[in-house]
Design a protein around this ligand. Sequence first.
Ligand SMILES: [Zn+2]
Length: 471
Amino acid sequence: MMFWHLLLAATILVQETPTEREAAHDVLRKMGELEKSLDAPSLVTRLTAPNPGREQAAARARELMEKELLGLGDDITKHPEIGFQETRSVEKLTAYLKGHGFEITPGVADLKTAFVARYKGSHDHPALGVIVEYDALRGTKGAFHGDQHSAQGPVGIAAAVAIAETMERTHAPGSITVFGTPGEEMMPPAAKTQMFEAGVFKGIDVMVRSHSSPATQRPGFGFGTCCLNIDGVKYTFSGAPSHQMMPWNGRNALEAVIHLFVNIDAVRASIRPEARIQGIITEGGAAPNVVPDRTAADFYIRYPDEIYLEQVREFTDNAARAAALATGTKVKIDNYARLRDGVSAASLSEPAFAYMKRYGGTKIDETPGKPQGYEETGSVSSAIPGIGFSAATTNAPYHTYEMETDALVEVGHQGFVVDAQAMTALLYDFLTRADYRAAVLKEFDGIRVLFDEYRESLRKVYGKPNVPEPK
Ligand SMILES: [Zn+2]
């Protein structure tokens, strides 16, 4: 019973505002019913019962990690490359995959460092997918792997190769594909959204991914995201240059971009308090004696749900238009990325968690976390069922030099091997059990329907006041 309370509590937590909680009331009740009918605890017991075939595959993933792939991860950690410049890392990862029977398509979706590696080119079903990232963080001392993305390739590849070999050995129908997704820590573009829209992930039945973590944990079921729904928006102003001593001969784009920030600050009180609107000036002019004729600001505009986020955007976009109008300049608004809630299914997250514990995950967090997708954009994780594996791999907080160091020592290595084995075990179950695939699909589709219902009811509660024409 305790288990159920934990799961249900985690789902309710994701509704961060009173309005959301009110709108979600009915949806959460239905979700509770859906989850009860699924009965994740007994599903986990059935699924994770002794199975020599599965253990053989997981042991193979462990062997690949220990023999070769931990070394490859160390190598990538020591040669960090920031987003969209990960050429060396991609070369290493794809060379390894090629050596194990995977056919490589480089540069997919117009992204130089994205790739697809399809085992023997097969598209058969069940189609298993593995997402791997490899970008480093931008630091003041240069690139560094303070988020341990350097290990994601090796972990995912160990699982993919172990599963490919299982399919060969057992003649189980299906296919396995590794997706190399660049620049997670950077946008534009939101690489996974661009790849999704280009149809790169089409036909995949289940997707897995690993990510470093300070604890062994898993998300609760439902829909959500780690860090609020985000619109990435670039505001570019154009004016006309002139001598600063005769500025009336020009139009000052710097004044415009400053007005944008002031205008936003002026209306913050009229926006619901959960909004986060943060921006920087990326271009502010070239010289103090020339009126700047071009400036730009880059904003992350966030709200707990995507429905009210539209109203926040209206405020910020109008702040930019007003700034341009007031200064005689022109503005271009580029909404270059939309990060949205993903869907998380207990039929995937609970067995994944059980396997991480079985294979030696440390620092175990028994309470399910916030529901969230297995990737940051929500575009893939709200369309294709999947799960992110996060065994404990560090004693340091995210995005630190210490976390990079941990990737090279026991705490990192041990956790990466746990991730690789757990990922392999879950993929094996999905590959070999039609009843399991049906359970995952039933839950995932059920949550998606409820997610739509939730957004509809949010639309009803976020009214807008009637503003009449002045008389
Ligand atoms: Zn990351």
